[in-house]
Design a protein around this ligand. Sequence first.
Ligand code: ATP
Length: 597
Amino acid sequence: MTFAVFADHLKKIEEVSARLEITALLAKLFQELETEEIPSAVYLSLGRLVPQYQSLEFQLSTKMIIRALASYLAKNPEIYGEGGPAGNLFDETDNSWYEAQVTKLYKQTGDIGETAEQLLSKKKSAGNGTDLLTVYDKLTTIAQDNGEGSQERKVGGLVDLLANVNALSARFIVRIIDGKLRLGFSTMTVLDALSWTKHGDKSDSAALEELFQKKADLGLLAQTYLDPKLSLEEVAKKYQISLGIPVVPALAQRLNSAKEIIEKIDKAIVEPKYDGLRIQIHLGKDEQGNRFVRSFTRNLEETSHMFPELEQAWQELDCEDCILDGEVVGVDKKTGDILAFQETSTRRRKHGVAAKAEELPVKFYLFDILSKNGDTLLDTPLNERKEILAKTVKKDAETFLIAPFIVTTDAQELHDFHTEQLALGLEGAMIKKYDSVYKSGRKGWRWVKIKEEEGSTGKLSDTLDCIVMGYYRGRGKRASFGLGAFLVGLLGKDEKILTVAKIGTGITDEQFKELKQRLDAIETPAKPAQYQLDKNLNPDVWVKPALVVEIAADELTKSPIHSASKALRFPRLVRFRDDKNWEQATTVEEMAQITLG
Ligand code: ATP
């Protein structure tokens, strides 16, 4: 497929907002792709170059993209023709006139993609013939370049690319580089579209979702599934859990009391609920036989470089290879006590890792094992997985510890264990069905946490993880921060985002400043298609659905204005949930579970 045709598909997808229409259009795109193009096309359509669990950023600011556009125009003065700069038409080194023009247009359109498209629209050589994989490879080269002089080389790479594509392609290419491709769909829609490609309906969607959960690489799954020679059974056989590619983690449901939980799951394995960072650890060997340890968050982001302690895994664990599930928590260097989440989360960093590791040691509390020595354990009952885990962690291990647990069918015993954990400063108990298989996500009753008792946090039993949708500039004291209040929403059906609160109080000055900085980075000129809200709530500045915040509130009240149909009373910002993306925010359905009584 040529990139020009690919860009045409993206344009059509961009023009619709109903999920079903997007699904059908994506399916049309998939039908036209060659097998080897499928992974790249999937990642690119999501604005990426690699699967979600890998990170490959372009590291090229909007300003540098403007510079590349200017440089391209300077090299091709016929595009501006007579309107071009007098006097320095042939001086390729002085692009300032062009830079000013590009900047002006960018200010008018507010969209770097549209800017590029408009500028290139007068291009003489159409540039329709370059194929998708050539553009993908060039983009990858631009992203991978780093070190001295890389900014200039990246700009040069983009200028070359612009010379070989048409105006519409340029629109999408620069949006991808700028991290601003928003086509309004995500993983689930791609899975639906895959099923649609083969059957014209969603009949394989559930099966595809299960496969994705075992090995979270959408491009690879798409390529395997779309192989016309393979039946669904054969795809399932081929697409197995893999070392180095994360399994989508299991999550917990909530229930009111120990009694309800026992009624629901009968025999339970009960563990402390640690307040740290979820971590999935993969120990394996690469193709050359070299050992590796990689770790991932619940959000599938790789965190290996943040935890140098992982290198000890080979000494403390007894296996050829394995995938482990657990929680990493910071410990006080002097007392060995477990520290609060806020402390642990300071380990999530790119720079100064070694010094931080020295200052804030961590322990890995392991509670599950998903594969060992080449065998998948996802369908092995939890009680047996626990035995295998016990044999995998060496007795003298100091950094990799097994989370303690009790086995019970007694609600009182469960309740007592929960209270004990709370008294120890942990988050209470995590209750798991004794013989359950490992299943990603929150569906079914395998993992359950207890809602807090009434009275302790007001009428809401838990905090909500909300998506920031935009902000209001505000007046008075807060106006100096450039942000007076912000709008948050929850996840509704079909990936829609519905508003639940406008928050302007319950935030410290520090949080205000940090929030503004974070929102600046994800600002977007137009309302994202997924947002559903009453126009009276329209914020001054929209942001992409990219920041999840944990919000505590006293209660939920009926609301005629918020599209989630409930509003949060006295909302307060608890923390930024960098470990979650918008797809993992609290859903409107879950909100109902969080209300006590
Ligand atoms: P919370 O906001 O309460 O952390 P969450 O929305 O992040 O919850 P839940 O599904 O409610 O996720 O709870 C599961 C999370 O609890 C896991 O992702 C993990 O980080 C943490 N956790 C702590 N201890 C355990 C444990 N023993 N078993 C499983 N998860 C645990």
